[in-house]
Design a protein around this ligand. Structure first.
Ligand SMILES: [Zn+2]
Length: 171
């Protein structure tokens, strides 16, 4: 990803250079006679004569070659359109994934400590904050007369929403 950032910065630098050239490029493309970049010194041959190694005059050149100024203008327009949609997509994609880094979800073997939760409920993988004696309020109040925790069956029933009566010891 660091490479992506560096490459983007390089591209932005080139894009800025190209952007600054556009006004002059536009003038030159507008002024260019068909087939010749006339604004470039020495590029325009005297009329009717050929100054090009291919030995063609302007009319012959027009007949045999595409117009480089027109072609450049068409190509620039197309490239600007592509850059526009490419940058749009890159912006949208990075916007989706740029949320602030969050702490990873706790993993049972690393961050999870069953000792933080009700010692009774953890037996059925339920996690309730402890209330007293390492048990949640419900488990504490549903202790058996000998002080032991509710049975798994009672616990399951409770966590399924079934009302389980309390025992004498819980009072
Ligand atoms: Zn409990």
């Amino acid at each position: 990803m660091a490479t992506h950032q560096r490459r983007l910065k390089d591209s932005i630098h080139l894009l800025i250079l190209a952007t600054h050239r556009i006004p002059l490029v536009s003038i030159n493309l507008d002024n260019a006679a068909p087939g010749f970049p006339t604004s470039v010194i020495g590029a325009s041959p005297p009329s009717g004569q050929s100054a090009e190694p291919d030995g063609l005059n302007m009319v012959e050149r027009l007949a045999t070659r595409p117009d480089p100024a027109l072609e450049a203008e068409r190509r620039i327009k197309s490239l600007v359109g592509r850059i526009e949609s490419t940058i749009d997509e890159l912006e949208r994609l990075t916007a989706v994934w740029c949320y602030a880094a969050h702490t990873p979800a706790p993993t049972p073997d690393k961050d999870f400590d069953p000792g933080d939760w009700c010692r009774s409920c953890v037996r059925i993988q339920k996690f309730e904050p402890p209330y007293r004696d390492g048990a949640c309020r419900w488990c504490y109040e549903h202790r058996h007369p000998d002080g032991s925790m509710p049975t798994i069956a009672e616990l399951n029933a409770h966590h399924l929403g079934v009302r389980v009566p309390t025992k004498a010891a819980g009072r």
